[in-house]
Design a protein around this ligand. Structure first.
Ligand SMILES: *Cc1c(COP(=O)(O)O)cnc(C)c1O
Length: 412
């Protein structure tokens, strides 16, 4: 049974109930009555497991959190208001002024500006590296390094990291590895590969139809024996380990991020995200095959396509050996100039021009004039943003129909 088959069963069984209402209940209350003061005290203390207040958690979102945690083999998850909310939660719950982050590969534009413009204002420095700069990454790790942050697939440079090797470096140095797995849920299992924390924008393929903005952070369990979180580097977490044991990272994130920053998910959004999860394995399975079909067909016809399934891609071997369940819905095409990119995009009939990815529909966007418009020349070069670059997120349409539409638009 491949991973998608296995999870198709798992997801439909987890989302639907066998008794009563099958579809998850949407709880829309901002606050919850405690009944009596003793229960109220117990809820605040943590001995009574009942809802406290919607900023701290919501029953509908709790179901979503359990499904996502089981998907990635985490001990628990915390849903967030957006993918950026999830990234902020995962990082801010571990960082303090003077700390350093090492960011590897990618990078999603919002995450890049979060590191370079926002976190710097709070005295946190981020160092950026290509996925293959392993020696430089290792040399940069020092006692102030709290986080190695990695994107599972370079968006939009399509470079693939050797996640196990990077996890090995992180673990050897006792530093936390966070993987943004937004592009490759199910295809890549970061915790199984040695990562500690997984971040998702559920807005993308997990929900899959532009109906809900959301995010989630999945945490591994703290080990009973030795654990890097028990080292001095993470002393802020120690009180949570003492109190909550294996669940310490969840409690820490809820306190630091939900209670104090309020990047909380809402019940209705979480409901829509669960409907997406039901069909995620089916959609992933279909799209990772379609992406290859489209990339190969357009490459054969002479378009300048970037996807690691193509033999000339620098990470083709890694794609075959370590990404056997594909690397998500994206491919890019370099049209040479902005003008040719615009003309091409405007002639395509099937695609929707938008900044989203991972949708049921095929989406396209010119990179330099949109998401990366405010970035200077050298940053664009580092991120692989050339003037004619178009990013395509393949959808559920027939691969043949997509290929034909692209060939028509390119006049091939
Ligand atoms: C979209 C995206 C995000 C941010 O998610 P939002 O839900 O838009 O806040 C983070 N990382 C990656 C890789 C993304 O594609």
């Amino acid at each position: 049974m491949n991973r998608f088959e296995e999870f198709t069963t798992h997801m439909v069984q987890q989302v639907g109930k066998k008794e009563g209402a099958i579809s998850p209940a949407i709880v829309n209350s901002a606050s919850f009555g405690y009944g009596n003061s003793e229960t109220g005290e117990g809820i605040f203390e943590g001995s009574v497991k009942k809802p406290l207040y919607a900023r701290m958690g919501n029953p509908t979102s709790s179901q979503l959190e359990q499904i996502l945690a089981s998907m990635d083999g985490g001990v628990g998850a915390v849903a967030a208001s957006s993918g950026m909310g999830a990234t902020a939660m995962a990082t801010l719950s571990l960082l303090r002024a003077g700390d350093e982050v090492i960011s590897i590969g990618g990078l999603f534009g919002g995450t890049y500006s979060y590191f370079t413009e926002t976190l710097t204002r709070f005295g946190i420095t981020t160092h950026f590296f290509d996925v293959d700069a392993l020696d430089a990454i290792e040399e940069t790790i020092n006692t102030a390094t709290k986080i190695l942050f990695l994107e599972s697939v370079g968006n939009p440079n399509m470079r693939l990291p050797d996640i196990s090797r990077i996890a090995e470096i992180a673990n050897r140095h006792g530093v936390v590895l966070i993987v943004d797995n937004t592009i490759t849920p199910l295809s890549v299992a970061p915790i199984a590969l040695g990562a500690d924390i997984v971040v998702y924008s559920t807005t993308k393929i997990i929900t899959g139809n532009a109906s809900a903005l959301g995010g989630a952070v999945i945490f591994r369990a703290i080990s009973e024996g030795e654990d890097k979180f028990k080292s001095d580097r993470y002393h802020d977490i120690h009180p949570f380990i003492k109190k909550m044991g294996s669940m310490a990272l969840i409690a820490n994130a809820k306190k630091r991020a939900l209670r104090d920053f309020g990047m909380s998910a809402n019940g209705f959004g979480s409901y829509l995200t669960m409907l997406g999860l039901e069909t995620l394995p089916l959609r992933m399975d279909r799209i990772v095959t379609s992406v290859e079909t489209v990339a190969k067909a357009l490459n054969e016809k002479g378009l300048n396509v970037n996807h690691p399934c193509l033999p000339h891609h620098p990470h083709h071997e890694r794609y075959l050996n370590q990404f056997s369940n594909g690397c998500g819905t994206l491919l890019t095409i370099d049209m040479g100039t902005k003008e040719r990119a615009f003309n091409f995009l405007n002639r395509l009939k099937l695609i929707t021009i938008t900044a989203n990815i991972g949708d049921s529909r095929t989406l396209g966007l010119h990179m330099a004039s949109t998401i990366y418009r405010d970035f200077d020349e050298s940053t664009r070069e580092f991120l692989g943003i050339t003037p004619g670059l178009i990013r395509i997120s393949i959808g559920l349409e027939s691969a043949e129909a997509i290929v034909n539409d692209f060939l028509d638009a390119a006049n091939i």
